[in-house]
Design a protein around this ligand. Sequence first.
Ligand code: NAP
Length: 248
Amino acid sequence: MDLTGKTALITGASRGIGAAAARAFVNAGANVALVARSADAITDLAEELGPQAIAIPCDVSQFSQVDAAVTACVKAFGQLDILIGNAGVIEPIAPLSDADPDAWGKLIDINLKGVFYGMRAAMPVMRQHGGTIITVSSGAAHNALEGWSAYCASKAGAAMLTESAHLEGADQGLRVLGLSPGTVATDMQHQIKASGINPVSQLDWSEHIPADWPAKALLWMCSSAADAHLGQEISLRDPDIRKKVGLT
Ligand code: NAP
């Protein structure tokens, strides 16, 4: 996969899947804009990755910040070809009847509105020359889990944003897809395990895949090899997809 001359903006790039994706995209030759709230973490990662990477501190729950991040990315690299809407949170994990309404709404601001804000800011720029928009989804978009009402609702909504953006963007040269990564060994799974709520928290750590795997899948999804899946979510639990991505 050669992305030389292409520019990707990755939200949630300070750790976990987003940081692994940033490394994979830079290794494939792309310029990468690292977006997250943790300015120190993305600055350190950008320094590690070299001149192909820049850090843009940004809270995706604020449209003005997302819009400014897209503008800063285009100013630095001249264009935007790939948007990875990956930033996400799992808390509040709580029974629906006990959940704090403000915390519940804050998750929606990040996981659902944040995905919309990314698309809203990037699509006018990207449709000038085409590009790829990938949203990092979850099995929770389609299956309810106890204690995860905010997370499941946000991911279900984000899956509908993927379909909507495909419907509106396909004839403007935009490739829009979603990735459901399965369970991945990141900080988010530590939070899930600590909660002790629902079967995902009971999984043995060895059952989680490394963050490099979804990173590799995201790279593959930027190629025409994934065109059969445009407008859809693909799952890394699917053995056929793993084979296509080159994972054993
Ligand atoms: P993680 O290690 O906790 O990383 C989450 C990332 O999102 C961090 O970089 C965090 O950066 C960023 N983020 C959170 N809130 C943000 C905000 N308001 N503005 C900007 N960035 C924000 O989790 P992960 O496992 O890599 O998760 C990445 C994505 O994969 C999420 O969408 C998650 O729902 C999805 N996913 C994960 C799993 C799994 O098993 N791990 C399974 C299915 C789907 P800052 O805190 O620095 O802002």
